[in-house]
Design a protein around this ligand. Structure first.
Ligand code: DC
Length: 205
């Protein structure tokens, strides 16, 4: 099965996709981290539309062969990756890599355009949503900082990610919209596992 999880910044996509992949024994592919690696490449003076980015077991990311996973959650890459992601050349490069990774594999892939562009024929599409204030509270708990600044950054990224010309953030018509406002990580995982079971049963019919 190929599972696509999309949604806005800090909606819990990475957390859900990682635990779902672990439970199912599928490959976890965090495409947000791939855009972050492209942003890091740009910061290092490389051409982000050409760099070699690989995804390894557990969603570890290699940039030109170097494991950069630990460097990617840096807040300056939140903004820079959203800017780099507007560039059509970068998107074409990364979408091609993402399709190659998913080829013939069981994957849980998370991002913004997985159900709409990268894997339009995914077996299950989940669009993860939560109110911006709740997303900002979750980010604050994870990384610390100032609530109003985090909230403003989330609004800024939501706006840029959903209004860009090339593959804007939006739910695929056949995606299940999962509003996680007020739900714990465990509750979200339970709902997602139920959706997987339903889909498996349908596919087996
Ligand atoms: O999910 P994230 O915050 O790690 O993603 C970082 C940025 O990358 C996000 O602001 C938009 C971009 N992105 C994208 O355009 N398409 C994807 N499939 C994944 C991320």
């Amino acid at each position: 099965m190929r599972i696509a999880i999309d949604g806005p910044a800090a909606a819990g996509k990475t957390t859900l996709a990682r635990s779902l992949a672990e439970k199912l024994g599928y490959l976890f592919v965090p495409t947000g981290a791939m855009y972050r690696a492209a942003a890091l490449a740009k910061k290092r003076g490389m051409a982000p539309e050409k760099v070699c980015i690989e995804v390894r077991e557990g969603g570890r990311i290699l940039l030109e062969g170097e494991d950069v996973t630990e460097l990617l959650e840096n807040s300056d890459l939140d903004e820079l990756s959203s800017q780099v992601a507007v560039d059509g050349r970068v998107r074409r490069h990364l979408v091609a890599l993402q399709r190659q990774i998913a080829q013939g594999r069981q994957v849980v892939m998370e991002g913004r355009d997985i159900g709409t562009v990268v894997l339009p024929d995914a077996d299950l599409k989940i669009f993860l949503w939560a109110e911006p204030e709740e997303r900002a509270r979750r980010r604050l708990a994870e990384r610390g900082g100032d609530f109003q600044e985090i909230l403003a950054a989330i609004h800024r990224r939501d706006e840029r990610d959903s209004t860009r010309k090339d593959s804007p953030l939006r739910p695929a018509p056949d995606a299940v919209i999962l509003d996680t406002t007020g739900l714990s990580r465990e509750q979200v995982l339970t709902v997602a596992l139920e959706l997987v079971e339903e889909r498996r049963a349908k596919l087996a019919r």
